[in-house]
Ligand binder design. Structure first.
Ligand SMILES: CC(C)(COP(=O)(O)OP(=O)(O)OC[C@H]1O[C@@H](n2cnc3c(N)ncnc32)[C@H](O)[C@@H]1OP(=O)(O)O)[C@@H](O)C(=O)NCCC(=O)NCCS
Length: 142
């Protein structure tokens, strides 16, 4: 499995959006707005590949000089549980560290809280609702 960054607006970025839509939005009866996707131009889009097959993706958004936000982590149904999520998370942390950030924050779906917890992320505060489902704030110091 290889992990690489893909530029916003390219066909690989569009493939990542399709995967995010299928995993994170369609099951909830939701979709991205054009404005939401346009706002991602400044973000970093990491993708995981098995050969030429896109199997996972995650988005890095700068939050402050010290902090980045991890968003939109999604692994394809067929690939789940085979290490793609862990590979993306590790690449995300390496890149954030290399760029001089010292903290990662995210809004984790409650169903994925255990995934982040086993990779050293702490939970911060109460459960809240986002995209119609329960989430928790999590963070990790690099
Ligand atoms: C959550 C998600 C990104 C994890 O990716 P993945 O590729 O399935 O995870 P991996 O195979 O790399 O698993 C890494 C470890 O985390 C564990 N794990 C994976 N998903 C987990 C979960 N939901 N809860 C608890 N532990 C989990 C695995 O068992 C594995 O443990 P191990 O190292 O002891 O073997 C993926 O399941 C997914 O896309 N889920 C649906 C969308 C979603 O919830 N995204 C996150 C939004 S915040």
């Amino acid at each position: 499995m290889t992990v690489r960054s893909v530029p916003h607006g390219t066909s690989d970025y569009e493939a990542a959006v399709r995967l995010r839509r299928a995993v994170l939005r369609t099951p909830l009866g939701l979709d991205f707005t054009p404005e939401e996707l346009a706002r991602e131009a400044a973000d970093t889009h990491l993708t995981a590949w098995s050969g030429d097959q896109l199997v996972g993706t995650v988005v890095m958004t700068r939050y402050s000089d010290a902090t980045v936000k991890l968003r939109q982590m999604a692994v394809s149904d067929e690939t789940r549980g085979t290490g793609a999520g862990a590979a993306l998370l590790s690449a995300f942390e390496d890149l954030a560290r290399a760029r001089g950030f010292s903290e990662i924050v995210l809004a984790a779906r409650q169903t994925a809280q255990g995934f982040y917890a086993r990779h050293g992320y702490a939970t911060d505060g109460a459960v809240f609702e986002e995209v119609t489902i329960p989430h928790v704030r999590m963070w990790k110091t690099l």
